[in-house]
Write a protein that binds this ligand. Sequence first.
Ligand code: TPP
Ligand code: SF4
Ligand code: MG
Length: 315
Amino acid sequence: MASLKKVMEDEIACKEWFLPGNACCAGCGLEVALRWAMKALGPEVAMVTPASCLNVVIGLWPKTAPDFPQFNMAFAAGAAVATGFDAAFKAKAHKFPGKGWDKMTSICFAGDGGTTDIGIQGLSGAAERNSDIIYVCYDNEAYMNTGIQRSSSTPHGAVTTTTTFGKERYKKNLPAIMRAHDIPYVATCSISEPLDIYEKFKKAKSIRGTKYIHILAPCAPGWGFPSEDTIEIARMAVKTGFWILYEVENGVLTLSKKSKTLLDPSKRVPIIEYVANQKRFAGISEKTLIELQEQIDQDWENISKEIFCQQEYSK
Ligand SMILES: Cc1ncc(C[n+]2csc(CCOP(=O)(O)OP(=O)(O)O)c2C)c(N)n1
Ligand code: SF4
Ligand SMILES: [Mg+2]
């Protein structure tokens, strides 16, 4: 993984592209995700943001926070508009060579509601066409902007304003769904690992075709924890194995540094350590807690089998 010293030698990474003084709540995970993605990408982007907290926290012109081209968009259209931008950049690059249009990256930065529910058909269409875009889901596991309603990405047992006794269903595995589209790059990130975010976005920028990056981005008011604990909560999601950090390049899965050791179940922190510090899990039953742990163990077993098969195949 890139060291902080190395990253700070990069002039673009030293600059903030999402400016301070924005309307994010204190300790917002989304802001960390966006800042580090932009440190890797730099300002030669066109960013589409479907309806979400991000639409709001950018603020009102002329005091908007993004120091790069950013476009608010209707929920369902995010990936389609990003595809359109990329087509325009390619046409411009063809007509006006040497003017820098070939350096532009088209990116959609959407919430989990905008991705796992409302935007999924547009995203699936873009991925099937292998549109040359980066699609990012920042995952705060509910519709936060409209008052903490459940999404497909809300985890089992979590209380939202529409799952008042805790969600019965499990979190939809969107990275797995994107892998099934056979796109060149799929990765997961956590805001507790900013250098990992930086590296994965650098890589995504260099790859042609559809890149999908899913970032766990805790939300203090929505999950119910003190705003100074955001990073620690995200870190614990990784340590328990609830959130697995990996990348899949051309179908080959590699576990990222902080998740690698967790293939050994004894290295995983029990899930209770993660849920105990979040009010959304305050009334969780023993049964639901066991189910959550079983789901994590099952996810890891699947990953272990896949890695084993990959190793056997490459012998
Ligand atoms: C078609 C449509 N339905 C509903 C809304 C209202 N709406 C705006 S933002 C939002 C929540 C988005 O949730 P998510 O994508 O998870 O982003 P977050 O707010 O959590 O950052 C909703 C329901 C809308 N703008 N358009
Ligand atoms: S509600 Fe959550 S995701 Fe939205 S700005 Fe506040 S902390 Fe960030
Ligand atoms: Mg959300």
